[in-house]
Each structure stands twice: as C-alpha cells, then as structure tokens.
Design a binder for this molecule. Structure first.
Ligand code: B4P
Length: 188
C-alpha cells in the first residue's frame, strides 16, 4: 500500500493534483475538505456541527477528523494506495495517522509539499470564489485559513522532514507541469 500525503497551504493545488495522481496510480483520493463539504451540503448532524467553523476558515476539531479518517481506512482496507489531500493538518492528526496506518500494517510512504507564495495563493482562491462561490474563499476568510496554516499545519514540515519523508515541489506553473514533477518524485 502506497500512502502519499499531498501537503501545502490552502490554494497550493493539493485538491487539483490529488485527483490526477489518484487517477494515474489507481489510488483512493481522500480529501477531508470534500468530505466535510458534502456533510454540510447534505445537512447531516456532522455537517451542522462543522458548517460555521469551516465558513470561518478555522480547522475542524482533531477528534472529528480522526473519526472520519478511521472510517475511510476501514472502508478501503483493500486499496493499493491513498492520496491524502488536506489531512493531516495538525501534529495531533499526523501522530494519529501514524497509529492508524500502523494498525493496518503500513505507514506514510511519502509527503510531497507544494510550495506556492502567499500572493499567488490569495489570487487563486479569489479566482475560485468567482468561479465556484465557496463560502470560505472570501478575502477575510482566506486570511484566517492562512493564519491557521501558519499556526498549526506548517509544523508538520519539520515532523516529516525528521522522518525523511518530505520532498518540496515547486507549486507554481501549469497544472500539467506540476503534475509531471510530482509523478517524477513518486517511485512507481
Ligand atoms: P480544503 O478543502 O482542504 O481546502 P484548501 O486547503 O483550500 O485546498 P483545495 O484542495 O480546495 O484547493 P487547491 O489547493 O487544490 O479545506 C477546507 C476547510 O475544511 C478547511 O479550511 C478546514 O476548515 C476544513 N478541513 C479540511 N481538512 C481538515 C483537517 N484535516 N483538519 C481540520 N479541518 C479540516 O486549489 C485552489 C485553487 O487553485 C483552485 O481553484 C485551483 O483550480 C487553482 N489551482 C490549482 N493549481 C493551480 C495552478 N498550478 N495554477 C493556477 N491555479 C491553480
């Protein structure tokens, strides 16, 4: 089982590239953002709990995310691989992920980190706001999402660097160029 984490700040292209990677390698694409948005749009109890938090650009609690991921792994225990997009986002989530994978007799295989400067991130997310009208793509919420990234998620760079799993990828350029660079880093 190959377990790839696509890492990066909001707007760095994780979702965009994760879909293409999952298709090419036949892996399961897990976007925690998509899972949560689907709960919100269906008005489930979980969706009702997280709606306001997501719309404010704040991270949803680790406890909920860990439950979601446990159920994803349970459902897909025969998968050949996973592309994790948007998870883990905190040190606690990263440690819990290690435990979950250990139970399945596997571990994180590689972390590809998409590097994009902040000006470009904001530009992309504001463009998406015009195209898709996502509630968390307004200027003020984008600022919050970047603060959350710097306060909680960026710490994972050191975590995975120490484990010698992290590889930095230039995340600016055409989607296909970036995809090719990512694929060159995947030993398959
Ligand atoms: P996500 O859905 O993960 O949102 P995101 O970080 O903005 O990434 P996304 O995948 O959507 O965007 P992408 O970079 O591909 O999370 C949303 C919220 O859910 C969080 O704020 C949080 O509240 C909650 N959440 C999710 N996971 C959580 C967790 N683990 N713990 C706690 N809370 C969690 O692309 C952005 C835009 O750039 C797109 O429009 C795309 O078309 C464009 N783009 C991509 N590549 C490009 C390129 N090369 N050039 C130009 N544009 C490009």
């Amino acid at each position: 089982m190959f377990n790839l984490i696509l890492f990066g700040p909001p707007g760095s292209g994780k979702g965009t590239q994760a879909i293409k990677i999952a298709e090419k390698y036949g892996w399961v694409h897990v976007s925690t953002g998509d899972i949560l948005r689907s709960e919100v749009s269906q008005g489930t109890p979980l969706g009702k709990k997280v709606k306001a938090v997501m719309e404010a650009g704040v991270l949803v609690s680790d406890e909920l995310l860990i439950d979601i991921m446990e159920s994803v792994f349970r459902k897909n225990h025969n998968a050949g691989g996973f592309v994790l997009d948007g998870f883990p986002r905190t040190l606690n989530q990263a440690k819990e992920l290690d435990k979950m994978l250990m139970k399945l007799g596997t571990k994180v295989s590689l972390v590809l980190s998409l590097d994009v400067d902040e000006e470009e991130l904001v530009k992309r997310l504001l463009k998406r706001a015009l195209e898709q009208g996502r509630k968390d793509d307004t200027e003020e919420v984008i600022k919050n999402r970047l603060v959350q990234y710097h306060q909680h998620t960026k710490l994972l760079i050191e975590y995975y660097k120490k484990m010698k799993l992290l590889k930095n990828i230039v995340g600016v350029g055409s989607i296909d160029e970036i995809f090719n660079t990512l694929c060159q880093s995947i030993p398959r």
